[in-house]
Design a protein around this ligand. Structure first.
Ligand SMILES: *Cc1c(COP(=O)(O)O)cnc(C)c1O
Ligand SMILES: [Zn+2]
Length: 412
């Protein structure tokens, strides 16, 4: 395993931490999976489903051979992340009129979002290198996940969180795990720039979405979905996108499975952004050469409130690989889809619902055919944003103690 600059091609070994190439390019993990035996891996992964306590009970480390084979087992910090539900709610499938529909609920991760799939790998890598101070800039879920793993790994964490436009539940969760939270007057994107500038001098291991070890861990989302579906994935994978780390990871995961002959057909990816924070979709729709950052992103889906996604080049590459498409959806469409997912009993935070909203839109536009099948990635937990919940809720109010049975009957 090596780290390679996406821009100039310079390489490094993995036993060090570098945020960025001196040329300014992002780093990517380069690994040749071609020598691995896909069928043998399937057997190993199936065997590990019986594990309960070892690192292989984790839905990330179960796939260690495809994620980080070199890392010594005793350095791994895990909370048995992954292992999340795969659901096929029939009422939603019928309602939107598609042949097959699944939801992968990464919201069921230990800190409540898919960030755990990647964070276990980044923190384990950092600890192996001897780091005890971890940092990130975050719209909330990254910081909660980092704070949780840093605490599990007996290390400290520092997180930079914008003063506004994020969910307070996530900040409270982060504080509860013992992180130092630094609120600042700026956006997620400003926090990234700050860390890139000062992390080295401060001896911080940075766990932002550009951390290639996080991306490696997030590949497990698609491995696990494929394994649960007996290695036959649907035609489409629908992914909400903010910083674009998840779509990049899922694309790379698909590339691995395809290269190793572990899946008979490679699905296409549909990347969904919130309209008020959709610089990547705009670039793709216009066929533009470069991403134009949006200085004031604005959406109810706080986890998608990112105007300058750092991984846009990598994301564009994986979409090219799997013939991906992009779209954007309004806050209204997001909240309607959230209500549908919540009422199905699965539940999710607003950003996650962008997946279903995007699927509905792409079906209406006939980009996705109703005879095809789709898998929506649900990225965060229902309880991650109680502000939105209380705005959407309309609780009936009555003096229950004084109600008669007949009166209660009318309320049911
Ligand atoms: C981080 C996050 C996203 C966006 O993922 P990116 O990798 O930043 O594109 C979407 N939903 C939730 C709940 C998140 O926490
Ligand atoms: Zn470079």
């Amino acid at each position: 395993m090596k780290l390679e600059c996406l821009n100039c091609g310079q390489t490094w070994n993995w036993q060090q931490f570098i945020i960025k190439c001196p040329c300014g390019g992002r780093l990517e993990i380069k690994r040749d999976v071609a020598g691995l035996d896909g069928e043998r891996l399937k057997e190993i992964f199936r065997e590990r489903l019986r594990e309960r306590m070892s690192i292989y009970a984790s839905g990330v480390w179960r796939y260690k051979e495809l994620i980080f084979p070199e890392l010594p087992e005793d350095r791994i910090v895990t909370k048995y992340e992954g292992n999340t539900g795969l659901y096929a709610p029939e009422p939603i499938r019928k309602n939107i009129g598609i042949r097959g529909l699944h939801f992968k609920a990464q919201s069921e991760n230990p800190s409540g979002s898919f960030k755990d799939n990647g964070m276990t790998v980044a923190v384990s890598h950092g600890r192996h290198l001897g780091y005890t101070r971890f940092a990130c800039s975050s719209t909330g879920n990254t910081s909660a996940s980092l704070a949780m793993y840093a605490a599990m790994g007996e290390s400290s964490s520092f997180v930079f969180v914008p003063e506004s436009g994020i969910s307070e539940n996530k900040v409270m969760q982060t504080l509860a795990y013992g992180a130092k939270v630094i609120r600042f007057d700026g956006t997620y994107d400003d926090g990234i720039v700050f860390l890139e500038q000062y992390a080295k001098d401060l001896g911080l291991y940075v766990c932002n979405s550009i951390n290639p070890f996080r991306i490696a861990g997030q590949k497990s989302i698609i491995y696990e979905a494929a394994q649960y579906l007996n290695w036959e994935l649907p035609d489409w994978i629908i992914v909400p996108g903010g910083a674009l780390s998840n779509v990049t990871a899922i694309g790379k995961g698909l590339e691995d499975l395809w290269t190793l002959g572990m899946i008979p057909k490679c699905p296409r990816i549909a990347l969904v952004q919130a309209e008020g924070a959709s610089p990547f979709h705009k670039m793709m729709a216009a066929g533009a050469e470069k991403l134009r950052p949006e200085p004031e992103p604005q959406t109810v889906a706080s986890a998608l409130n990112i105007g300058n996604p750092p991984s846009w080049k990598a994301a564009r590459r994986v979409l090219e690989f799997c013939r991906g498409v992009t779209c954007s959806v309004t806050d209204e469409e997001i909240l309607l889809s959230k209500q549908i997912i919540d009422r199905s009993g699965i539940g999710c935070e607003p950003a996650s619902a962008a997946s279903l909203a995007g699927l509905r839109k792409l079906l209406a536009e006939k980009v996705i055919d109703k005879d095809e099948t789709a898998l929506c990635i649900l990225t965060g937990n229902l309880l991650k944003d109680t502000d939105v919940l209380s705005k959407m809720a309309n609780p009936g109010r009555a003096a229950y103690s004084s109600l008669t049975v007949e009166e209660i009957e009318t309320l049911l």
